[in-house]
Design a protein around this ligand. Structure first.
Ligand SMILES: NC(=O)c1ccc[n+]([C@@H]2O[C@H](COP(=O)([O-])OP(=O)(O)OC[C@H]3O[C@@H](n4cnc5c(N)ncnc54)[C@H](O)[C@@H]3O)[C@@H](O)[C@H]2O)c1
Ligand SMILES: O=c1ccn([C@@H]2O[C@H](COP(=O)(O)OP(=O)(O)O[C@H]3O[C@H](CO)[C@@H](O)[C@H](O)[C@H]3O)[C@@H](O)[C@H]2O)c(=O)[nH]1
Length: 437
């Protein structure tokens, strides 16, 4: 089937490449010409394991191309909308200008019988509004909403083999037509037994934001327990293991540390709350504001611990910041706790040298004033304090005996509780985890 994918960022580039790999003929469209050039040359514009290989193979097959002209969507039968919905500046609501302008630019390229499929994460009510836009423009095209659940770092496998498919469909015969087209797009996943939830627009939109709200709540819950552990001497990592054995609770997403960041969880819970306020049911999601606050307090906690360890002389002290990405296996620094901590400590006057296996370029772009190095050893050399804020394997596998020789003061804050505390202490380090003695 011929598909277009509008917006080729972390979501859209992966979706376009994977759909072509599955046998569809795909044009990926993005306004950013340098991104289009890079993707056309088979060079992934961001770090995502497996993407370079899939991109290369799909381009070589002749089924994948990229363009910066929305008119090139003409001829495709299904058009995916994968543009950004970031937090509006000065508000917690989602900025819908990219989605709206993508739809407006797509309208002239649509033919009757086409299906526009929203993948971007949007406030509930958006699909209803956009389907009226398509109808009023006389396009003869239908609209469906198909939220995306991929995780960065696992985006290829999550796209090829999703754990579920959700179709938000129009009512009646239009819904059946739209569903048949979607089934054709996702034939491989459906044949493999992927659970499918066909539903209405509002439910599909809410599935997405409620899934992220639940994940954020789970992380903030364990971080709230970490706060209690910190004043009682308890160990939140053991607590998580113990409650996680209850299959009703489960151990995943119970890793206490410096909390969630990235281009999704923080802005999605804020936009969800803002939408509930607009709908007059803000009280139903009042708890999400608390989850956000717990999450942000963990960043304050790490900054406070760092300043405490450095002492009154902190402006003359050197910090090695290990990690800048919001999580390992990604170069994404959007709302990254690690980058925020490094930036705040540097703003206090401390000399911070930061490193990350993949996120240096992105970090340098948004916080050019920081000192960066690609070498872990260079970051560590002469440090008075080491902070691990992204649990890359490169940091988890450091040998505390060897790196002890590089630093001035062997003190480490393990802001992801990802290191073996006993091993680091045995090597002579002052080890400080979050929510653990
Ligand atoms: N990143 C993820 O893991 C992920 C997962 C699930 C859902 N989502 C959702 O998907 C959407 C996209 O997220 P992302 O992380 O890929 O964002 P992103 O910023 O990486 O990519 C968005 C892309 O859209 C392009 N764009 C903006 N306006 C355009 C237009 N009018 N026409 C064509 N291209 C345009 C931008 O140049 C950019 O390349 C968001 O709604 C996000 O919440 C993201
Ligand atoms: O126990 C945990 C698990 C995660 N995190 C942090 O939470 C954030 C988000 O992690 P993760 O959910 O793995 O990353 P994303 O790639 O942002 O994926 C989320 O956001 C996407 C965009 O909406 C969704 O598609 C995914 O399903 C959803 O998991 C990161 O900063 C992690 O470090 C923790 O602090 N503790």
């Amino acid at each position: 089937m011929r598909l277009s994918v509008i917006g080729c960022g972390y979501l859209g580039a992966v979706h376009a490449a994977c759909m072509a790999e599955l046998g569809h003929e795909v044009v990926g469209i993005d306004l950013d010409e340098s991104k289009v050039r890079s993707l056309s040359e088979g060079v992934a514009p961001f770090y995502e394991p497996g993407l370079p290989e899939v991109l290369r193979s799909a381009l070589d097959s002749g089924r994948l191309r990229f363009s910066s002209d929305p008119a090139d969507a003409r001829g495709a039968r299904v058009h995916f909308i994968a543009v950004g919905t970031p937090q509006k500046s000065g508000s917690s609501a989602a900025d819908m200008t990219y989605v709206d302008s993508a739809i407006n630019a797509l309208i002239p390229a649509l033919s009757p019988g086409d299906l526009v499929v929203g993948k971007s994460t949007v406030p509930v009510g958006t699909a209803q509004r956009l389907s009226a836009t398509l109808r009023d423009a006389g396009t003869g095209a239908l609209l469906a909403w198909n939220p995306e659940f991929l995780r960065e770092g696992f985006a290829i496998q999550d796209t090829i083999s999703p754990d579920r498919l959700v179709y938000g469909l129009p009512a009646g015969i239009d819904g059946e037509t739209a569903r048949a087209l979607m089934d054709e797009v996702y034939a491989a996943a459906l044949a493999a037994g992927t659970p499918l939830v066909p539903t209405d627009y509002a439910t599909a939109e809410l599935v997405k934001v409620s899934a992220n709200a639940f994940l954020a709540t789970k992380i903030s819950f364990i971080n709230a327990m970490a706060e209690i552990a910190e004043v009682t001497g308890a160990d939140v990592t053991q607590l998580a293991d113990a409650i996680g054995h209850d299959v009703r609770i489960g151990r995943r997403f119970l890793n206490a540390g410096v909390g969630f960041g990235g281009g999704c969880l923080p802005k999605d819970i804020r936009a969800f709350s803002a939408r509930a306020d607009e709908l007059g049911v803000g009280h139903s999601l009042g708890f999400l504001k608390e989850m956000d606050a717990i999450n942000l307090r963990r960043r304050d906690r790490v900054v406070a611990l760092a300043l405490r360890e450095l002492g009154a002389e902190f402006p003359r002290k050197k910090v090695a910041a290990l990690g800048l990405a919001f999580k390992p296996n990604s170069d994404d620094v959007r709302d990254s706790p690690a980058l925020e901590i490094a930036t705040r400590l540097a703003a206090e006057g401390t000399s911070v040298t930061a490193t990350d296996p993949e996120a240096l370029r992105n970090a340098q772009r948004v916080q050019p004033q920081l000192t960066y190095t690609a070498s872990i050893d260079d970051a560590l050399r002469g440090a008075d304090l080491v902070i691990v804020a992204t649990e890359w394997v490169h940091f988890r596998e450091l040998d505390p005996v060897i790196v002890r020789e590089l630093v001035t003061t062997p003190t480490i804050i393990d802001a992801r509780n990802c290191l073996d505390a006993d091993r680091w202490r045995a090597a002579g380090w002052t080890y400080i985890g979050l929510g653990r003695p």
